[in-house]
Design a binder for this molecule. Structure first.
Ligand SMILES: CC(C)(COP(=O)(O)OP(=O)(O)OC[C@H]1O[C@@H](n2cnc3c(N)ncnc32)[C@H](O)[C@@H]1OP(=O)(O)O)[C@@H](O)C(=O)NCCC(=O)NCCS
Length: 202
């Protein structure tokens, strides 16, 4: 296995979406929605194509990490731009080999270089804490509807760029997926059976 990382090009779109679908299939719900989220995100002005990294094993696409612009809105209605990370995916056969970590570290480095203030994610704290992500509540940042929970995390890219910034977090509408839209989109991929699994309960 020889993993290389590069930015995505248009020719990769379909293979990447199928890979994302495979990675997320049955993990958080029966089936998956993240391939449609990515499909919609790419069309959004919030999408950051230069940060959409893919991992390849000798030409085969085995992982990706995507970013979009999002914002924190404070009580005075001021908006502060941040990056939202996701989806992050690695093909099941390639998981646990450091590829997710590689994609995260490379993209975090780029985001820092480009001067972004912070990265916001919804993900498993057991995985993301090792990369420096902390509970969003530590920064007095809540979800758009005012909630905080373990999976809602923030990485301040320079240690103090979030000083004085607090409020609610708003991601791109591409993350909202309608079931009918998803069913329709899914018909363009190979048929795949959906299952209820233990991971969906977490
Ligand atoms: C999550 C994911 C991207 C990680 O990529 P990966 O290449 O498998 O991860 P790495 O090899 O870099 O890291 C492996 C470590 O992460 C841990 N890990 C992997 N997925 C995890 C998860 N969902 N929750 C907690 N820990 C996780 C492994 O236990 C392992 O821990 P260790 O180093 O202490 O042994 C990949 O497993 C995946 O695509 N999962 C399905 C889709 C998904 O859940 N995406 C993330 C949504 S937030």
């Amino acid at each position: 296995m020889e993993i290389s990382i590069r930015t995505e090009s248009e020719n990769d779109f379909r293979e990447v979406e199928n890979m994302v679908r495979e990675a997320f299939w049955d993990i958080y719900k029966p089936g998956a929605a993240e391939h449609l989220v990515l499909h919609k995100l790419r069309k959004s002005p919030a999408f950051v194509p230069e940060f959409h990294l893919i991992a390849c094993d000798d030409g085969k696409i085995v992982g990706n990490i995507a970013y979009s612009k999002a914002y924190i809105r404070n009580a005075g209605d001021e908006r502060f731009e941040v990056l939202c990370m996701g989806p992050l995916s690695v093909l099941p056969d390639y998981q646990g080999k450091g590829i997710g970590g590689l994609l995260l570290r490379e993209s975090i480095g780029r985001a820092r270089q480009f001067g972004y203030r912070a990265i916001v994610i919804f993900g498993n704290p057991g995985y993301y804490r090792r990369f420096g992500f902390q509970d969003a509540g530590n920064f007095h940042i809540a979800t758009s509807d005012g909630h905080n929970f373990d999976a809602f995390m923030v990485l301040d890219l320079s240690g103090n760029r979030l000083a004085g910034i607090e409020g609610r977090f708003f991601a791109d509408p591409a993350f909202e997926v309608d079931e009918a839209e998803l069913d329709e989109f899914d018909t363009s991929f190979p048929p795949k059976e959906k299952h209820v699994t233990d991971t969906q309960l977490k």
